[in-house]
Design a protein around this ligand. Structure first.
Ligand SMILES: [Zn+2]
Length: 280
């Protein structure tokens, strides 16, 4: 093997950008490459450009709730597969894979906790479980959280991160839109607050139901929020879309949400507004 052969074999062994080791994370907004611990220290917010990357439900808890105060409910609710749905893989297989990846049986973590000493019913969507899609278990968990809020007279906070309805459950998934909306109506009748936090992305059936029914609707900076995707809309209407379309900043400017709040300030923000809404 001559020198140029050795050189080319070494070159072949070098990682391509998309093969970069997991402990180096590339910001999808500014392309800065950072060590994962640097990102973790900032709760998955890019320290270079402020872009809010996705975050696991457990990282959310760490950021938001008083230490050791979270008690999970309904962890064992498991999706059934009424349609025996199969696309490139069976729905059953996709559920098994998501459970192995996240350690959870659905795309929702729900429970009660204290936020600055105030009891709150909390629902957190996990995008890494089948794109945070809204299936019958996820819908049921939202409804049960709303019912617990009514029984205990607690506020409800839902943090969404979802591509929308779960295709594999078809109409059973779409039913969750009306079911969750009805539960929130009962909560509103009891004059209990619901704060909706939209994170990247909040799309489809989730944005078209409970996510936009908050008494207060806030979003993380840069979050993609909408119903149909921009490409589908562009193809349908045959026109270019305005810059920043479906981003949190665009929604705020057009009056669809109440505020954009950086992740690091969520706890303080919730504590302040829940204090205004709730009588001690
Ligand atoms: Zn960045």
């Amino acid at each position: 093997m001559n020198f140029s052969d050795i050189f080319s074999s070494v070159r072949r062994k070098q990682a391509k950008p998309h093969e970069a080791p997991n402990h180096w994370i590339k910001c999808s907004n500014c392309s800065a490459l950072m060590y994962y611990k640097e990102i973790q220290m900032h709760f998955n917010v890019c320290p270079k450009c402020g872009f809010h990357m996705r975050i696991t439900p457990f990282e959310r808890l760490e950021l938001l709730v008083d230490e050791n105060s979270f008690v999970e409910f309904d962890a064992n609710l498991t999706a059934i597969d009424p349609l025996k749905f199969v696309d490139s893989k069976s729905y059953k297989k996709r559920l098994e894979e998501s459970e192995a990846k996240t350690g959870r049986r659905s795309a929702v973590l729900s429970g009660e906790c204290l936020i600055e000493k105030r009891k709150v019913q909390l629902v957190i969507f996990d995008f890494s479980f089948m794109g945070g899609s809204l299936g019958s278990v996820e819908g049921e968990k939202v409804v049960r959280a709303a019912k617990r809020a009514i029984e205990a007279r607690n506020p409800l906070v839902i943090i969404s991160a979802s591509g929308g309805a779960r295709m594999q459950e078809s109409t059973f998934s779409l039913m969750q839109m009306s079911k969750t909306s009805a539960a929130l109506k009962l909560l509103a009748e009891e004059k209990l607050p619901f704060i909706s936090i939209l994170s990247d992305p909040t799309m489809g059936g989730v944005s078209a139901s409970f996510a936009f029914l908050g008494d207060l609707i806030i979003a993380e900076p840069g979050a993609l929020v909408g119903f149909a995707g921009a490409r589908v809309i562009k193809q349908t209407i045959g026109a270019d879309l305005p810059e920043g379309f479906q981003r949190a900043e665009f929604l705020l400017e057009h009056g669809l949400i109440d505020a954009i709040v950086p992740r690091s300030e969520h706890k303080k923000f919730l504590s302040h507004f829940l204090g205004l809404f709730m009588k001690d």
